[in-house]
Design a binder for this molecule. Structure first.
Ligand code: 2M8
Length: 410
């Protein structure tokens, strides 16, 4: 713990607090993002548990009748972000996007609840059925052979990861029309996805909107479906935590335990023998993403141990100073600055570290934590960092980096 950095981290959470929810960073991301918000809640819980619960409850006000919890809630209009609510054209209870995001919620809800079980009881009694509805939605609409697939790169939270390159190349974004990006007005374009990526992101949003975001219609002839180790391991872990919470409040657990078994089998369909790691898999056309990424290393977080992955981790960590690069530094597509194609993300280090520790790999867990701590001490609370020299990149004063400092790294 370091007093000045603790205070700086709390000031970032307070500064990004919009009253009931926290934005990832001012300017670049002016709305409530799903998984960012759950990291924020965990960060708040280190000094203000009621505020942590408020963050969680606000996210769940956006849950759709289908059970889906959107990736962005547009509580108040802000012209600084594109695509906004008018482009998505969704009609959930709160203006929102039409896709979801990594379901870390159950895991952080459990962590917050454990800090004060009595104060949290009413919250988990309300939230367990909502979490179960969300997980059921994933199982019904986002699984292929038991692995969780995404229908849009934004759904994985790893927007321009090399994992999706092959599947994205199959999309012809015909008719996408003119649009004005806002992200490159806030940060350098060399750190962001390319125009080719954005054309496809927007084209996929336009398709969803045309189909009224109807799950069944969207499942017909899908243009993009990639099974993702990140989503699969995160849901697997969340499901184990949901089962524990459900047992606590007397909610049925059989169905949840079944999902865990399906996901455990599904995770093994993502083992790429040739590359020797968990990899993404095209769920429409077959074929691997051919990407060893930081999501591959979430296996331990999901409760899945593999000696080969420990060897891969040692190699990848030996190439970078501060933790786990988002894409293999020896890989052909490695780019130390471009977002999810190389940079280090504190939140991913955190999930990897939690998993290693849970599986008893204490030495590796300590190393991931120590390098993440040093990264923030040396380079601040940026959105992400260059793995070669730690240079801060993307947005500054970033909520999730501050949150993991308070709850884990600091
Ligand atoms: C990034 O994604 C958004 C779209 O959702 C964007 O680039 O506009 C990703 O890093 C994602 O994981 C994150 O939740 C979001 C807000 O921090 O930014």
């Amino acid at each position: 713990m370091s007093e000045p950095l603790d205070s700086a981290a709390k000031a970032i959470l307070h500064g990004n607090d919009k009253g009931g929810y926290t934005v990832p960073t001012a300017g670049l991301y002016p709305y409530q993002w799903n998984w960012d918000s759950m990291f924020a809640a965990w960060g708040f819980s280190t000094f203000d548990i009621p505020r942590a619960w408020e963050e969680v409850e606000t996210l769940f006000t956006g849950q759709w009748p289908s059970g889906m919890v959107p990736h962005i809630l547009f509580h108040r209009p802000d012209p600084g972000y594109f695509p906004g609510p008018d482009v998505w054209g969704c009609d959930g209870p709160v203006p929102s996007s039409g896709i979801s995001q990594p379901p870390v919620a159950a895991t952080f809800i459990r962590k917050i609840w454990e800090q004060d079980p009595e104060a949290g009881r009413a919250h988990i009694e309300r939230l367990v059925p909502q979490l179960a509805d969300w997980h059921r939605w994933f199982m019904a609409w986002r699984t292929d052979r038991g692995a969780v697939f995404i229908t849009h790169p934004w759904e994985a939270g790893r927007d321009n990861a090399p994992d999706w390159d092959n599947a994205m190349a199959r999309i012809d974004p015909v008719g996408v029309g003119e649009y004005q990006r806002r992200d490159t007005a806030h940060v350098d374009a060399s750190m962001r996805p390319t125009k080719e990526d954005y054309d496809r992101y927007i084209w996929l949003v336009q398709r969803g909107r045309r189909l009224g975001w109807d799950d069944a219609k969207m499942a017909e002839d899908p243009p993009f479906r990639v099974a993702d180790p990140g989503m699969t391991f995160i849901l697997l872990r969340a499901n184990r935590d949901l089962e524990a919470l459900a047992a606590e409040v007397g909610h049925p657990t059989d169905e949840i335990a079944d999902w865990t078994r399906v996901l455990e089998d599904g995770a093994e369909t993502l083992w790429n023998e040739e590359l020797g790691c968990y990899d993404s898999r095209d769920a429409v056309h077959g074929g691997w993403g051919e990407s060893l990424s930081n999501a591959s290393f979430l296996c331990w977080y999901g409760g899945v141990d593999r000696p080969e992955m420990l060897r891969q981790l040692d190699r990848v960590m030996s190439k970078a100073r501060y933790g786990v690069a988002s894409y293999d530094p020896d890989g052909a597509k490695f780019d130390s600055k471009r977002y999810w194609r190389g940079p280090i993300w504190g939140i991913m280090n955190t999930l990897i570290g939690l998993g290693l520790s849970q599986c008893g790999h204490e030495e590796q867990a300590r190393r991931v934590k120590a390098t993440t701590r040093a990264l923030i001490e040396d380079h601040g609370f940026a959105e992400y960092f260059d793995p070669l020299n730690g240079a801060p990149a993307g947005g500054g004063r970033f909520t999730w980096t501050a949150a993991i400092w308070l709850a884990w790294a600091g």
